[in-house]
Each structure stands twice: as structure tokens, then as C-alpha cells.
Ligand binder design. Structure first.
Ligand code: IMP
Length: 211
């Protein structure tokens, strides 16, 4: 595993919710965070068939376009009763207008069609894969997951994407009802993390980052 010794890092995402969370997670490290959208980097087509392939593809595209090291996150919601959907297509289910109220309704409609009414039938997980890529072609990959239950109706206005319908295991509130700190459930040095992204970030931080 390679230690990250550079001072600048491009966050290879055009998703404002993700960029905000990655900035928060990186806040106590001596790294200047540059967002792909601020640098005007193009958004590559996500042609991979797995979270890992898409994360690596996005990180490498940002390195190629910026000449700087880049961190990408590919993530999504995998619902058991829907055979793992929307999975790597989680962003696409919101359509070109990025309408997540509609995307959450789509999930609920399909759960109803599948007869998944009780909580035990409405299980799923958020998955995140972080890829850290350097200009010399080296890449490190870190996965993270959090199990939970899909609730209806949506609850809470915080977070982004599918947060209002996801209640993480062991908690009463949805991610949409949690503050950013509660959703991450992690600070540098902490023994555990809550969200899929924070869990992936924890292993990245413990492996590659210096405080
Ligand atoms: P990507 O940019 O293709 O990785 O899209 C990931 C999509 O998954 C996002 O647009 C969200 O819809 C969803 N997603 C990923 N992480 C989260 C999260 O932490 N909360 C809510 N939705 C998420």
C-alpha cells in the first residue's frame, strides 16, 4: 500500500452531496481538496459493470485530465428484494433531472410489486468503493458497506440521494434524519464508522493518509 504524500487531491465527482461528504472526511488531513466540477473536468461515462470498475475509471479519468492525484467514489443502494437494484445504476434511476424523490418512489413501487411489505423483506445496503489514483498509474481501492432497511415514506431532509429511505441497522433514524457527523460516525483515529462512504474512507485513511 502506498502512502499519500502529495498536498493536492482532486475529488473526481460532480455529485455535490458526495463531494461535500468527502471534503468533511478529509477535513483534518493536510490536503487541499479540489473538486472536479470546480476544475471543469469532464464527467466520464460510467461503462464499468461493478462499483470498483467505475470508481477506478473515474479516478483515472480525473488524473488524466488534471495531472494530479484523484479520489473517486462509486456508490449506490443495493436492495435485496430487487436483486441488488438499483446498484451501480442508483444515479440513473433519478433520471436526467436527478430527481431523487422520483428515484425513491421507483424503489418503493418495485418493492410493493415484489410484495416486500414487512421490514424483514425490505433489507438492503449502501455500497461505496473509493479509488485513489496517482499520475504514475498506481491505484488503491477501498470498499465499504452498511446494511439497513428501506422505509416508506421518506424521512428527513439531510444528506442526499436515497438517504431519507435508508435506516441503517441498529439505528432508529434514517440517514436523511442524521447530521453529517452522525451519518459518517467516524473521526480520524476512531475504531468504527457508520456510513458506507465513511467505512471505505476509514480504511483509506488508516492505509494511505498521514495526519
Ligand atoms: P455514482 O455517482 O454513479 O456513484 O452514483 C451514486 C448514486 O448512489 C448517488 O447519486 C446516490 O443516488 C446514491 N448514493 C450513493 N451514496 C449515497 C449516500 O450516501 N446517500 C444516499 N444516496 C447515495
Amino acid at each position: 500500500m502506498r502512502t499519500f504524500t502529495e498536498t493536492e487531491l482532486v475529488v473526481a465527482s460532480h455529485n455535490a452531496g458526495k463531494v461535500r461528504e468527502i471534503r468533511e472526511l478529509l477535513a483534518s488531513f493536510p490536503i487541499d481538496v479540489l473538486a472536479a466540477s470546480d476544475l471543469g473536468l469532464p464527467e466520464p461515462e460510467e461503462t464499468g459493470t461493478t462499483f470498483t470498475e467505475n470508481a477506478v475509471l473515474k479516478a483515472k479519468a480525473a488524473v488524466a485530465a488534471s495531472g494530479k492525484p484523484a479520489l473517486a467514489d462509486d456508490s449506490g443502494l443495493a436492495v435485496d428484494a430487487l436483486g441488488g437494484d438499483p446498484g451501480i445504476y442508483s444515479a440513473r434511476w433519478a433520471g436526467p433531472d436527478k430527481d431523487f424523490a422520483q428515484a425513491m418512489r421507483n424503489v418503493e413501487e418495485k418493492l410493493q410489486e415484489a410484495g416486500a411489505t414487512g421490514p424483514e423483506a425490505r433489507t438492503g445496503r449502501f455500497v461505496a468503493v473509493l479509488a485513489l489514483a496517482w499520475p504514475d498509474g498506481h491505484v488503491e481501492v477501498f470498499p465499504g458497506e452498511i446494511e439497513g432497511t428501506l422505509v416508506w415514506p421518506p424521512r428527513g431532509e439531510k444528506g442526499f440521494g436515497y438517504d431519507p429511505i435508508f435506516r441503517p441497522e441498529g439505528h432508529e433514524r434514517t440517514f436523511g434524519e442524521m447530521t453529517a457527523d452522525e451519518k459518517h460516525g467516524w473521526r480520524p483515529g476512531a475504531a468504527s464508522a457508520l456510513s458506507h462512504r465513511a467505512r471505505a474512507f476509514k480504511s483509506l485513511a488508516e492505509t494511505c493518509l498521514r495526519r
